[in-house]
Design a protein around this ligand. Structure first.
Ligand code: 5GP
Length: 184
């Protein structure tokens, strides 16, 4: 797709995997579960950028209790469709998490290396506990022993785009989740 500003999205063949309605229903359910958590204890919900910004903004609005928001930036080295396992922090939290309950909110868990890195990095700051929530989870792709506490959908090990997930920076604004069939 070419824009009038000259930007061009990477050409892809993709098909819908999870619709807007299915996502909205599941996000509401997750919001209710996390509401119950927030009613028991004070929670800092951390948006793990960039991919989870769409999911996170819907999820926090489905939480009907007090919750604090924080943002963490991560990037994994590697090519466009495969995670290298090397993770770097591109943006850090702006508050101490010592003694606090932290809920990390991710778009997708693939190899699990990002969440493994983040939970270990944040554990050194002595939070009360770290919980994890991921919209998507590819159990067959895991390379480390990692089990998220809240999961939206378990999916096969396909490459997906949309609802915050990108291909070369594009497609994050697709309102549903799509499976990439092929590069054109
Ligand atoms: P990990 O392999 O460490 O669990 O996932 C690292 C990151 O790779 C995710 O946060 C996400 O940004 C990216 N990633 C993994 N699988 C996919 C996928 O199917 N589609 C897209 N767009 N990104 C993915």
């Amino acid at each position: 797709m070419a824009n009038t500003n000259g930007m061009q999205s990477a050409p892809l063949k993709f098909s819908k995997m999870i619709s807007e309605a299915e996502i909205a229903k599941r996000v509401k359910e997750l919001g209710a579960e996390i509401t119950a958590l927030c009613q028991k204890e004070s929670v800092i919900a951390v948006c793990v950028l960039k991919g989870s910004f769409v999911f996170y903004s819907d999820l926090v609005r489905a939480i009907e209790a007090d919750v604090k928001s924080e943002f963490l930036g991560t990037a994994s080295y590697g090519n466009a469709m495969q995670s290298s396992g090397e993770v770097k922090l591109t943006l850090d939290l702006t508050t101490s998490i010592e003694g606090k309950t932290v809920l990390l909110v991710e778009d997708i868990i693939d190899t699990g290396l990002t969440m493994d890195f983040l939970t270990k990095t944040l554990a050194a700051r002595k939070p009360k506990k770290i919980l994890t929530c991921s919209l998507l989870f590819k159990p067959d792709a895991l390379k480390v022993d990692f089990k998220p506490d809240y999961v939206g959908f378990k999916i096969p090990s396909d490459f997906v785009i949309g609802y915050g997930l990108d291909y070369q920076g594009f497609y994050r604004n697709l309102p549903y989740i799509a499976r990439v069939e092929s590069l054109n």
